[in-house]
Design a protein around this ligand. Sequence first.
Ligand SMILES: *Cc1c(COP(=O)(O)O)cnc(C)c1O
Length: 373
Amino acid sequence: MSCPRIEVDLRKLRHNTRTVVERLKGRGIRVTAVTKAVCGHPAIAQAMLDGGAEGLAEARLSNVKRLRQAGMTCPITLIRTPMLSQVDDIVQVCEASYNTEMSVIAALAAAAHRLNTVHGIILMVEMGDLREGIMPQDLGYIGQRVVDMPGVALKGIGANFACLSGMAPSATKMQALTALANQVEEQCGPFLETVSGGNSANLPWAFSARATGRIDDLRLGEAILLGVDPVTQEQIGGLFRDAFTLVAEVIETDTKTVGPLLGTADHAPTIIRLVPTTSETTRIILALGNQDMDVAGLSMPAGSTLIGATSDHLVIGTTEQKLRVGSEMRFQMNYSALMRAMAAPDIQTSLHNDRPGSQANDAHGPKKHLALV
Ligand SMILES: *Cc1c(COP(=O)(O)O)cnc(C)c1O
């Protein structure tokens, strides 16, 4: 099998999704599965839908197009503020998008109007992460402008936490979001179908005994894909942490000469001592590097330590004596490593435990799209 590769256990992803969906159902919260870390991989998205996610969310138009090209017909929401230069494509392939800029909303409205469709708008509110969002005091005014604009429909509001600031959402913030939802409805009229509380960092709040208020949706990527809380990196009870495994191949196991090379006369180069001093530790090189991967996000197998990486080489010290040139080594990845590896052109994806006969689009039935670009 080709190396390096990412082995994806789709059964574990279905399990992770179903477990979270079931736990949140009792709290009145739907799951929107976020596929950006896997670049909109259709089979992975399908596993999340099979596990009970209501729809998909993506940050990039290119990934949405990949999903549509594979025949996915479920609702897809763009969670990154649309680029002005992409509005025409966005209204054709996404049911809705998260927005923070009136000029972008106006362009989406014009594009949708031209194409004789209506694009859903979810307004992202700034609640402390200090990444994207409309200031809470401006929400009512902007909501009203959306309502008055042909081509777009105000579908909801949302907030985002712990991305830029690393700050997890508190119960107080969630109460404030509920209050904002009520306020926008009072001011602007339409019922808000979606009040999206945030991402995987919201799960400790969502699983707690606290009232969920108006929050009826969470956008989940990391929790489902890696089974961990993004803030603490702790395992979420009942979820698999190893749905993804990176496999890389050993290309050298020799130990390096230590000390000045013979015959180099005056300017003998300083040689860095890379060989561990213990005789039971071997230094190996894997065909994998910074160009493929966030090496710092790999967890080393027991008995192995990371020595360093360059663009194409990963150097590891290991007590595993069975490793030879041609052997494979397996690693777990954090979110950053997974994201980079899934986007790396030299890393293959190998799917396991797919459902026999499962089709990309049979879970949600036919639904029209203006264009399958
Ligand atoms: C990435 C992202 C998410 C998903 O975050 P996870 O931590 O992977 O659950 C949700 N919402 C927005 C706006 C995002 O950018």
